[in-house]
Each structure stands twice: as C-alpha cells, then as structure tokens.
Design a protein around this ligand. Structure first.
Ligand SMILES: Cc1ncc(COP(=O)(O)O)c(C=O)c1O
Length: 382
C-alpha cells in the first residue's frame, strides 16, 4: 500500500481556467514534417528515424551514438540489456524516480538496490559506495527535473568498481555537466519524448551509447534481434541469435522529433529563463526553497521547477484558489508493491522530502509575467 501523502487530489484544470502544470510543446514545423512522411513510402522506422538520430548525435550525444526507440522506458530496457544485466545482478537506483526507471529491471530479474536521495531529489552520490557489493553491475542515476547529478562521484565509482553508469536523462535534455551535454559521456544515457517532455514525439525515446561496438547490437535488439539492413538486401540466411523486441521509433514520431530539435535551442532558453525568474522572484521567501540552483558546474535543463515547501496541502490549495496548478509528479518507489512494498533501507532525505516537494508550472505556454504572478501569490503566504 502506498503511504497517504499530503498531496491534494484536485481535478485537472483547463487552460482557460488559469496556468496549468504541463502542456505539450508542438513545434511550428510539425505539420509540414508529418505531411512529408505521410506522403512518402515509409511511415514506420525509415529515413526520418536515421535523420533524427544524426541530428541528435550532433546536438546532444557526440561522441556517443544515438538510437531512437518507442519510449524512454524502451531506451532504459535496451540499456539494461546492452549493459548485460542478468537475473540476480544488483543495480543501484535512486529511491525517488518515475517507476519507468525500475520496471525494466524487474523484467530482467535484476535485484533493485534503492539509494536515498540528496536535498535536490537526485541520487545521493555519497551514499552509493556503501551499497556496492560483488554482485553490483550498474549504477543508474536520474537527473531529476533536469538538474544533473553529482557525476564526478558516480563516474569515479564506475571506474573503481568496474560498473556501468546509466543516466536516466528523461528530464534532462539540454542539461550540461562541466560544460558537456548530458548524454555524451556515460556508458548509456536515455531521453524521453513523451507528451510533456522538452520535446515530444507523441511517445518516444533516445538511447545514447558510448561503446561503438554495441551500436549494431542495439539496432538488432530494437528490431526482434534481426539485422534489418542485411534483410533488406534480400539475404534470408539471417539467423536470430539474440532475443530482441520491438523497441523501434517510427518515421511519424521522428518527424516530430526533427521539427522539435530544430526549435530546441529557443525552447530550452525559454525554460531556463523561467527557471531563473522563479529563483530570482522567490529568493528569501518564507516557507519555500527552489531546488537545484546552487551548482555552477551543472546546467539545469529546467524541465521541472521543483521546490521544497512547508504545509504542502495548504500550498497546493492556495495556488489553486488563484487558478494555478501545482502538485507532485513522482513518488518514492520503495513503497510500490511491485518493488517489495516495504521500506528496506534508511531513506532519511526521502522521508523528509516526500511530503514537502512540489512542482510549479514551467513550459512553453508559461511567460515571465506568469512567473511573477505565481511568485507574488506564493509570497502572500498560505
Ligand atoms: C525519470 C523518468 N525516467 C523514465 C521515464 C520514461 O519515459 P517514457 O514515458 O518516455 O517511457 C520517465 C517518464 O516519462 C521519467 O520521468
């Protein structure tokens, strides 16, 4: 059973009622890009997917290579298979994340080892080493809301104990760590293009891979284990020796991805400007702390505006009274029955944050005056 949280269940608002928490970001060129695909011979995985991957390499992943898939969850599952995580292997993951980070590990039969979070809602990198055993195969970190984790510590542990580092960057498209884009450095990183992410392909995801030798394998696994190029050349002696699945992206989705990537710089800048505005407006305000703005070496991708607040239920109701949506988006995973359903470790920071963290509106339909208005309402008190 999930613990009751103080989060207030309110019906979703319509945009006409005020400032909503999320809104899909549809690029100007979406219809033109989609039309091209609909009028072509390919609507499934074809040339647009390849083009999207190439653009993604250039903009985000290089020197890593990008593989487009049907969802961020697919990308994680594929990463775990490519990292050779076997039944019984231990994988260290943050206790606070979307369940999508961890569900593929259950499919594999790996043992999930939860690690506490830090005050930014990211994995507490300083608590990871104590969880490593001779069965540990990988460390998964989640850049929650778009704020990069403490990668120096995690990469060092990866080297010291020969562990794969897998970055769940579903929230972190465009984030940077020490000047390098998230997705360009670790063994594996993944991104999500689900409806309300920085860019959306309806549903979709990208896996970036450091080891070039795994790229062809990744392509086979995303298509049942079949080498599609050899098959297209008419060679039917194309045995399947690895169990793949159907993780591929379609050209329809990739068309949206291409159109979104073309506008991405502008969109990212907008989000980051809103994030800074919130920080500026709420600096020193009573009862609220904006999360993640104190790290010069980390560039926040500003997917979510997360804050820690006193009296969460009253806070959410106060904002809602003025037509502003806020709320919690993800929940600690250790309480879900599929992951064991009971607390097995000490998660002091998770215990503190679970009834205090909140998300405020930050997306393409929110303006800087909107943020000023929201901050003004918050400063009146709740
Ligand atoms: C942290 C995190 N990881 C992974 C995912 C899964 O991505 P997708 O919804 O594209 O499968 C999500 C959710 O969207 C997420 O929030």
């Amino acid at each position: 059973m999930l613990k009751d949280t103080v989060a207030v269940e309110l019906p979703l608002m319509d945009t006409s009622e005020g400032i909503v928490l999320f809104h899909p970001n549809i690029p100007e060129n979406a219809v033109k890009q989609l039309k091209d695909v609909l009028e072509s011979r390919w609507i499934g995985q074809g040339p647009k997917v390849q083009m999207f991957e190439n653009l993604f390499d250039t903009r985000i992943a290089a020197p890593c290579k990008s593989i487009a898939v049907g969802s961020g969850t697919d990308a994680l599952h594929l990463a775990y298979l490519l990292a050779d995580i076997q039944p019984g292997d231990e994988v260290i993951v943050p206790v606070f994340t979307c369940t999508a980070t961890n569900i593929p590990l259950l499919y594999i039969g790996a043992k999930i080892v939860f690690c506490d979070i830090d005050e930014n809602l990211n994995i507490n990198a300083d608590a990871v080493e104590d969880l490593i055993t001779d069965k540990t195969k990988a460390i998964v970190c989640v850049h929650y809301g778009g704020l990069p984790c403490n990668m120096d510590v995690l990469w060092e542990l990866g080297r010291k104990y020969d562990l794969k580092i897998i970055e769940d960057a579903a929230h972190a498209l465009g984030a940077k760590y020490r000047g390098k884009t998230i997705g360009s450095e670790s063994d594996f990183s993944m991104f999500s293009f689900q409806a309300i992410k920085h860019i959306t392909t309806g549903d979709g995801g990208m896996l970036t891979i450091k080891d070039e030798e795994l790229v062809e394998k990744a392509k086979r696994l995303r298509w049942f284990g079949i080498d599609r190029l050899r098959k297209q050349k008419g060679i039917w002696e194309n045995d399947i020796t690895e169990i793949g699945y159907k993780y591929q992206m379609t050209d329809l989705s990739a068309a949206l991805g291409i159109a979104s990537l073309e506008e991405f710089d502008k969109h990212l800048e907008h989000r980051q400007r809103l994030y800074r505005k919130y920080c500026e407006q709420l600096a020193g305000a009573d009862g609220i702390r904006i999360i993640g703005n104190e790290y010069p070496e980390r560039e926040h991708a500003a997917w979510l505006l997360t804050a820690e607040v006193d009296n969460l239920g009253d806070f959410i109701r106060h904002l809602r009274h003025y037509g502003i949506e806020s709320g919690q988006v993800h929940y600690r995973n250790d309480r879900y029955s599929i992951f064991g359903g009971s607390v097995k470790g000490r998660f002091d920071m998770m215990d503190r944050m679970e009834d205090r963290y909140v998300v405020l509106p930050l997306h393409s339909k929110v303006s800087e005056p909107d943020v000023e208005k929201i901050a003004g309402i918050i400063k009146r008190g709740w």
